[in-house]
Every structure is written in C-alpha cells, then in structure tokens.
Design a protein around this ligand. Structure first.
Ligand SMILES: *Cc1c(COP(=O)(O)O)cnc(C)c1O
Length: 371
C-alpha cells in the first residue's frame, strides 16, 4: 500500500462494473446476452439518437463548460415526477440532478455522515453501492438481515441497531423500493417503521426501478425522506449517467452545494432533455418488459432445483437449491452458455431482456438444470 494512502482503504474492494466485458473470447461465445446490470436491453429509438447527434452538431460547444445550473432540467424532471405521482407537489427546487444516482448517494453521505458524525444502516442483500461509497469516505456501515421468505427487513434487528448505535449514531437508513437484487417492494410494516423514525435520521428511498413497479413514496414523502431515481434503467440512458433526488428544498440546496459544479456533461444534458420530451415513446417498452418478466417467472417456476421470489421490477432473483450446484457455479455455466447474470447476495439476479434474450436465458437455464 502506498504510504500516503488512508490505511482503511487497503481493506476495501472496489465495485466491479461490467464483469462480463472483455470476457467474450474466453467462453468462445461471440454474442453474450448481458442480463447482469438491469439496463433496458433496447437502445434509444434511432430517430432520437439521430436528433441527439444533430444536437451535438448544432448546439453543443465542445470548448465550453456545460451549464452548471441545471435550471430547466430540474423543472422538466419535476413535471415528470408530478405526472407520475398523485397529489405530489414537486417543483424544480425539490430536485437535484447527479452524475448517475451514485453521485447523489455519495453527496448524501458527505452531507450527513462524514467527519465522523454518522453511520449508515442497510439491510442485506441490497444495492452494494451504499456500503462501498460509505467505506470510501470512512463512514461506518451497520448491517442487518432480511427475512428469507420475502426479503423484508428484520425490523426488530433494525430498530435495535439504531438504538445501539451511538458513536457515531445512524444518520441515514438506505432502502430500495423495490429492492435490488431481490425485487420486493417495501411492505406496509417496513413503511410504518420508516415513518416512525425520528427526524434526526434521513431515510433514503431509492426508486431506481419505479417505472417498472409503479410504486412510489413521492406523494407522502415526509421532510426527513429523500427519494432517488435514475435514468439508467427504464429511460434507457445508462451511458449518459443521470440520476435525481427528490427532497425538501433545504436538503436539495445542500446536495447542490456538495456536487461538482460541472457534473453533467453537455451531451448528457441534451440526452436528458430529449428523453423527457419523448418519454412516452421511450417508456413504451415497460409493458412488454413486465409481461416478459411474468412469462419468465412462470417458466422458471417449472424448472427443478430453483427457488424463486416474486418480482416487482425488471429482474428476477433466484437461488439454486441443488446441493451439488452452487449459485456461483450456476452463474458461470450460464455465462459459458452465453448469458451473463449477476451473482450477488447468495443468489442470481437475472435482468429481463428482449423476448429473444429471455427465451435463450430460459433454454440455457433449463439445459443446465435438467442434466
Ligand atoms: C441501477 C441502480 C441505481 C442507478 O445508478 P446510476 O448511478 O443512476 O446508474 C441506483 N440504485 C439502485 C438500487 C440501482 O439498482
């Protein structure tokens, strides 16, 4: 380890993005179905990509810094949020835009816990970036478990962890709605528990998969809750790194203070504008994805040696119940057969792709399990 680097970073393992990239030749299969990152498997409509290329041609000055104020974009996002949540009063001042919601997670951690002031609470298995980003900032992570029947949070353990945490106290609770990798939405009991938390604790409800679940807490959001959303999933803009937070203006003002001044490249801003303008077309794949998810789930449930959990999202979580076939081995066999999935949390998270990809996933899984 370099002598000038913080000693605690030696113990930290970095998130491995796109583990399948560059491995195509290893397996000998040339076309890999990438069902590991929960992206939409459809690129933007071609006409829209052409418009974007034109925008680069006509109106983006590559030599100039991007707009660092995001004024009109915050307004456009606020309008989209209101249209998709009843009774919500969300305005531009309630929105902060990040370079992916990952940036917002980091800004929230800096705003609440750094300088030794707080720790965070997560319930595993869940999205790993909360803990990874906290550790890079030297912020302690308190973890509790979930019930394996439905992956709801062990609320008794969570409350105890909260009560016991003193030095530093838990300042932020992170939940995903629906959770990744397990695809379950928050239950009434979980929501009630979150509502019961004191206003000294910030509740982060990550709704990365909102467009697939159509479940949101935006309409009821108390002032100590922040909702995170992303354009990386249903909006098909993962390449552009765009996410947003919905919160009280006091908190968005703090997030704006923390973010880098030019966090959104001009080309990503143009993509966001175009995507919001054409959202009905972009989001039109959602019903197909939901139907495909249900088809895959029904077909998976006929396969031997699998345990499956219901999904409110664009992916399915499952585990091998065959003692002679570990989940890691199952993921590797699927990869060798041509489907890349995510092995995480002691199971496999499989993204719902195009109908053709899903049929191949199903056939490959059947061939492995029916041996
Ligand atoms: C995919 C995902 C995100 C999105 O992150 P971006 O940085 O916006 O791409 C955030 N939270 C969860 C739970 C996710 O699964």
């Amino acid at each position: 380890m370099l002598p000038f680097v913080r000693s605690d970073l030696a113990r930290l393992t970095a998130y491995t993005p796109n583990p399948g990239h560059g491995q195509e030749t290893v397996s000998g299969v040339t076309e890999i179905d990438r069902c590991d990152a929960n992206e939409c498997s459809y690129d933007l409509p071609l006409a829209l990509k052409q418009k974007l290329a034109m925008a680069y041609w006509e109106s983006i000055e590559a030599n100039r810094y991007p707009d660092g104020s995001h004024g009109d974009l915050r307004q456009l996002i606020a309008e989209y949020v209101c249209e998709s949540a009843d009774r919500s009063h969300v305005a531009a001042e309630n929105i902060s835009i990040g370079n992916g919601s990952d940036e917002l997670i980091r800004s929230i951690l800096i705003a609440t816990c750094s300088n030794g002031e707080g720790s965070i609470l997560v319930a595993n298995p869940t999205f790993s970036m909360y803990a990874i980003l906290a550790q890079t900032l030297g912020i302690p992570v308190v973890s509790v478990e979930r019930n394996e029947t439905d992956f709801s949070i062990d609320l008794e353990a969570a409350q105890q962890a909260l009560d016991r945490s003193q030095n530093p106290p838990v300042r932020v609770v992170f939940v995903v709605h629906p959770n990744s990798p397990t695809a379950n939405p928050l239950t009434d009991a979980e929501l009630d528990w979150l509502r019961s938390l004191p206003d000294t604790v910030l509740v982060v409800v990550d709704e990365a998969y909102f467009e697939f679940s159509q479940q949101t807490v935006v309409s009821e959001r108390p002032s100590n809750w922040v909702v995170l959303r992303t354009f990386s999933k249903a909006f098909r803009l993962a390449a552009h790194r765009l996410g947003y937070a919905i919160a009280d203006p006091d908190l968005t003002a703090v997030l704006e203070k923390i973010r880098l001044p030019y966090n959104l490249p001009s080309f990503s801003q143009a993509a966001l504008r175009a995507a919001l303008l054409h959202r009905s077309e972009i989001l039109s794949t959602i019903s197909e994805i939901q139907q495909e998810r249900d088809r895959m789930w029904r077909e998976f449930s006929t396969l031997p040696h699998l345990r499956l959990w219901p999904s409110s999202s664009n992916f399915i979580y499952l585990r091998s119940t065959d003692d002679t076939l570990s989940n890691e081995a199952l993921a590797r066999k699927l990869f060798v057969a041509g489907t890349l999935v995510r092995h995480t949390g002691g199971g496999l998270r499989i993204t719902v792709g195009s109908p053709e990809e899903n049929t191949r996933t199903l056939e490959r899984l059947r061939a492995i399990l029916d041996r």
